[in-house]
Design a protein around this ligand. Structure first.
Ligand code: COI
Length: 357
């Protein structure tokens, strides 16, 4: 696509938040990236503009039929001041997978990757460097054709916004408590569970609300047909360590193929720790727990990084996993290694990081 990204400058700069007041996705930087699509010109006019509200016709299709997709990745600042991205090409490829499933025209992955790099370079002063912080990058596409007919939109906007963030949960390594949802479902075969479309998250809110009311942090989804096989957690993929072997649900068309999930599998293989992707039932997990063989459970995600799970509540059964755990866990070891690679503190034998210069 050989298009030059226009830069529209602003002198108005926001005050940057203190590192201890970041939270997740609450503050946004001074600039954003925008590119438009129409049938005549395809994807066109890539530009970096001052961060500002959008003006949209009330009839644009995203408001009515939810044709919207997004991604999430992070930029990190190393001790010696370099700026690193973690496997950004994977996010851009997954954005195209989401486009394909949601009938959105394919994007040129190179230009979107280039846009992310240029935007982060311009906003590099916003990258916090305290332990556990980073600059969260949120690319997304919305349908902008003003029309109420149900058909794929003929106009779109692709945007990238940036948010300096702390950890997703209030305490990164404090084990989370998870409610195994057996009433609502997230995805079914043939549906959209394997892509990052906004409706997946909208549909999950009821169950998340229920879990929170019951005192849990997140929901663990079971398959949408038999409500028996484990799929994923609200904002993470999930891993179990049973008798020394690590297992995670196999990508089956209704689970999101997480980039951190993929990195953890590669890292475990590199460490010669047995790891497999398999169809796992909640019954099997409960049996392993009852036999004392369920050693660890942890979630993985860009926002959540590696998040140990301390408790699983399934119907009347409470599986208390982290009892007697002294913190010397595989989840902690993985967290240390992945974040060290992301922060340029450890060697990167996989070539996962890309430096922005
Ligand atoms: C991410 O980990 O980047 C996600 O997209 C999860 C998000 C819904 C908080």
């Amino acid at each position: 696509m050989n298009q030059v990204i226009e830069l529209i400058k602003t002198d108005v700069k926001k005050e940057k938040p203190a590192a201890n007041a970041l939270g997740f996705g609450k503050h946004f930087t001074d600039y954003m990236f925008v590119m438009d699509y129409n049938q005549e010109d395809g994807w066109h006019h890539p530009r970096i503009t001052p961060y500002a509200p959008l003006v949209l016709d009330p009839s644009v299709m995203v408001f009515h039929y939810g044709q919207a997709i997004f991604e999430g990745l992070k930029a990190y600042r190393t001790k010696d001041g370099r700026v690193l991205l973690f496997r950004p090409e994977k996010n851009v490829a997954r954005l195209n997978l989401s486009c394909q499933r949601m009938s959105i025209p394919q994007i040129d992955e190179e230009i979107v990757l280039d846009a992310i790099k240029q935007l982060v370079e311009i906003e590099k002063d916003w990258i916090p460097n305290e332990e556990g912080t980073s600059l969260y990058i949120r690319p997304f596409i919305i349908a902008t054709e003003p029309s109420l007919g149900v058909h794929p939109s003929r106009e779109y906007k692709l945007m990238v916004i940036l948010s300096p963030v702390g950890s997703y949960y209030s305490d990164q390594l404090k084990p989370v408590r998870i409610y195994v949802e057996d009433e609502y479902v997230r995805a079914v075969p043939g549906g959209v569970g394997f892509v990052k479309t906004s409706g997946n998250y909208a549909a999950s809110l009821k169950a998340q609300e229920k879990a929170e009311l019951l005192g849990y942090d997140q929901v663990l989804w079971l398959d949408g047909v038999e409500r028996k096989y484990i799929e994923e957690v609200g904002s993470m993929n999930i891993f179990f360590k049973i008798n020394g072997e690590v297992v995670t649900p196999k990508l089956n068309g209704s689970i999101l193929g997480g980039i951190t999930r993929d990195s953890v599998i590669e890292l475990l293989k590199h460490w010669n720790i047995p790891v497999k992707e398999a169809k796992i039932s909640i019954d099997e997990i409960n049996q392993a727990f009852q036999k004392g063989e369920l050693e660890e459970v942890f979630g993985t995600g860009t926002a959540a990084v590696i998040s140990p799970v301390g408790e699983l509540k399934w119907k009347d059964t409470t599986m208390n996993i982290s009892k007697g755990n002294n913190g010397n866990t595989l989840a902690n070891r993985i967290y240390e290694e992945i974040t060290s690679i992301q922060l340029g503190k450890a060697e990167d034998p996989f070539n996962w990081t890309i430096e922005i210069k």
